[in-house]
Structure formats: structure tokens, C-alpha cells
Ligand binder design. Structure first.
Ligand code: GCU
Length: 371
């Protein structure tokens, strides 16, 4: 059934190089770069080159999560191409347990900064570090003609080339700067550092993970259109709609492929390219049943379509049945995790708990997670 549903979508071929060569484990690294390049050219814009001189200052520190952790306010600074620098804050919570012998997993959580659900105590009880970065501290989520945040350091007078990045690219770039800092900390397990975001920030987490291979796990919560959902035959939000309402999230060329639904369905990529660009690392896509704007089935089918990118490495890709999912099902046996939460568009405790499990990767210490 899944095969037929995917055939109807007429997706661009993932497992062929641009020159027509079959994709194998040997040329995967090159194919991955092609995927990132095509998504940068048509949709998100190119990530600026970066030489890695990120610095951090701990501004304050307080006991948190009922006294089981410390939350630090850290100012992250990175040099910008105009010879200046940009600084933004991160809220970094380190459980006391992380001061033990073994380093612990960590999330870079790209956040709206207003109460979307953020279960700090559960995260801490499960010995996981979380670094929360708020999108508006990096670049405002509105049409400001690139005058605020990090944008003017990269874009002069609001003038962009067709492949200059938009806000999604800026938030993703900043998530990598948070990662620069986390990777300097002894308490962080470098083999388990995930990037996570909800909705527009789920799109951002996928793009951050596609670009930065140091993220070992990538979590997309209800990311929908131009996130994990296939564009071809998608219901709910479409490219013309998203490009019209949120042009500043994307590059300029996104407008050209978004003049009509037909034009967007002719683009030389679909969103399974974005999920696949995370291979052979771990990806997790989560949907909510009532989130028809994002389109849960188009997210689920993208996971199936991306799965060969893991299989060529001899890994299990997306281990899910040959049918559409029903609410409350989760598939986490392969390198691509998925769940379909009952309910509406939201980042819930239900979602977080599954992300914690997937990031930890072992069943030993799951008792504290009741769901
Ligand atoms: C809007 C937008 C979506 C986006 C969502 C969000 O609904 O159309 O693409 O994912 O906002 O970020 O909450």
C-alpha cells in the first residue's frame, strides 16, 4: 500500500546522483551534499561558511528543576563576515547527574520562547542536558527586511541574492553555534547530541541537522510544509501559501517554484531529500493526528521515501508497516523514528518523552517515563 501511495506522488529520485549514477554507501557522502545543495538553492538558501571561533560566557547560574539541576544563562558569540560579531543567549540546563563519570546526552532545543510545552523536570530526571535557544533572539520571526538580529551582518540593505538564506537558515546556523559550545563541555556525550524544534522550528531543526553532521539525532515535531511533509499531493498548507505568508523564512528562489501548486510539484526535489540528508545519523519525525495543516500522512510517507538512504549502509531505515499509521502508533526500531500522536498541532509531553527515549537509545533507564 505504501509503495502505491508513494508512486502516486511521483517523487524526484532520491537514490540517483545528479549524473544518473546509482547511489551506494560509497558515494553517499557526495549525494548527501547534492541534496543539501539543491535544498539550499531552491528553498532555504545557502549556509554561510564558518571557521568555528565561537565563544561563550556564563552570565548567571541558578538551581532549577526542584534543585536537581543548574540552569545557566550563557551568551554565545560568533564572528560575522562584516568583521563584527553577533551574540545571543541560551538557557542551558545541566542535571546534577551529569557531573558523574559518564557524559550525558543533550538537546539543542530551538524554541519559540513562549509556553510551548517544555517539561524540564522530566528531561532532568532522565539525565539529559537541554540548551534552549529562542528564535527571536537570533532573527525576528517577521518581515523586518533583515534589519534585526544576526541578519544585517550577512545581508546589506535587505538585498538578497536568489540563494541567500532566510530566517530558517539563520536559526539553523545559530543552532550550530550552540552546538559549537556544547561540544566543548565534558558533561556532553558527543555521540548523542540532538537538535529539536516544533513546527517552523521543526523545519529549522531538519535543516540544521541536514547541514551539520555533528548533530547525531534530529527531531522534527509537526514540521509540515517545507519540513518533513512531502509537497507533492500534500493536503493543508502548500508551497504557494507558505511562500506568500512567510517569504522571509526562505530564499528568493522559493518564490519562483511557489507561483502555483503545479509549479511546486515540478521542483527537482521533494522533502524526503531533507529527511534523507540526515542519513546515516538518526532522524525522528512526529505528527499529530488532527494537524491536517501539516499533513501527518505526508510526513509519514516522507519517512518511507527517505528510508533507502539508510538501507544502503546496511542499516534499518524506517521500520513501519505497509499501511498508513493510526494514532498512538510509534515506530522506533530503525534509524528513522516516527510517532502519530492523537490530538492537535502542539509540542507536548508525549512528544518530548519519545524524543528523550530515542536520543538515549537504551531501554535501561526508561522507568521514569510513564508513557
Ligand atoms: C503556520 C505555518 C506553518 C508553521 C506554523 C508554526 O501555521 O503555516 O508552516 O509550521 O505556523 O510554526 O506554528
Amino acid at each position: 500500500m505504501v509503495k502505491e501511495l508513494l508512486e502516486q506522488r511521483r517523487l524526484p529520485e532520491l537514490m540517483k546522483m545528479k549524473d544518473g549514477t546509482e547511489v551506494t554507501a560509497e558515494n553517499w557522502a557526495q549525494r548527501r551534499l547534492e541534496l543539501v545543495d539543491i535544498l539550499a538553492e531552491y528553498q532555504y538558501g545557502r549556509m554561510p561558511a564558518y571557521d568555528g571561533k565561537t565563544t561563550a560566557v556564563i552570565e548567571s547560574s541558578e538551581r532549577s528543576a526542584a534543585g536537581k539541576a543548574v540552569t545557566q544563562r550563557v551568551k554565545i558569540t560568533f564572528p560575522t563576515p562584516d568583521g563584527e560579531s553577533f551574540t545571543f543567549p541560551v538557557s542551558l540546563t545541566i542535571p546534577d547527574s551529569a557531573k558523574g563519570y559518564a557524559p550525558v546526552p543533550a538537546f539543542v532545543f530551538i524554541s519559540f520562547g513562549y509556553p510551548k510545552y517544555y517539561p524540564l523536570e522530566e528531561i532532568v530526571d532522565n539525565d539529559v542536558i537541554v540548551a534552549e535557544m529562542i528564535m527571536n533572539d537570533v532573527a525576528a520571526d517577521r518581515e523586518d527586511h533583515y534589519e534585526g538580529g544576526m541578519a544585517p551582518h550577512y545581508i546589506k540593505d535587505g538585498q538578497r541574492e536568489s540563494d541567500t538564506f532566510g530566517k530558517i537558515g539563520m536559526w539553523a546556523f545559530a543552532a550550530s553555534r550552540v552546538l559549537d559550545y556544547l561540544l566543548t563541555l565534558d558533561c556532553v556525550d558527543k555521540d548523542r547530541v540532538g537538535v529539536m524544534g516544533h513546527s517552523r522550528l521543526g523545519k529549522t531543526a531538519l535543516w540544521a541537522g541536514a547541514n551539520d553532521e555533528r548533530f547525531t539525532h534530529v527531531f522534527s515535531n509537526d514540521s509540515g510544509c517545507s519540513g518533513a511533509a512531502l509537497t507533492r499531493m500534500k493536503v493543508g498548507e502548500t508551497f504557494p501559501r507558505i511562500a506568500n505568508v512567510f517569504p522571509y523564512w526562505f530564499n528568493e528562489k522559493m518564490q519562483e517554484i511557489s507561483v502555483s501548486v503545479e509549479a511546486s510539484e515540478q521542483a527537482p526535489f521533494d522533502q524526503h531529500f531533507l529527511v534523507a540528508a540526515i542519513a546515516p545519523r538518526k532522524a525522528y519525525v512526529a505528527s499529530a493526528m488532527e494537524d491536517s495543516w501539516a499533513d501527518p500522512y505526508s510526513e509519514y510517507l516522507a519517512c518511507h521515501a527517505a528510508s533507502p538512504a539508510w538501507e544502503i549502509h546496511g542499516l534499518d531505515g524506517f521500520c513501519a508497516p505497509n499501511r498508513l499509521p493510526i494514532p498512538d502508533e510509534e515506530y522506533t526500531d530503525g534509524c528513522v523514528g516516527y510517532h502519530l500522536r492523537p490530538g492537535t498541532h502542539f509540542l507536548s509531553r508525549y512528544d518530548w518523552i519519545r524524543y528523550i527515549r530515542f536520543l538515549k537509545g537504551t531501554e535501561d533507564d526508561w522507568e521514569e517515563l510513564p508513557f
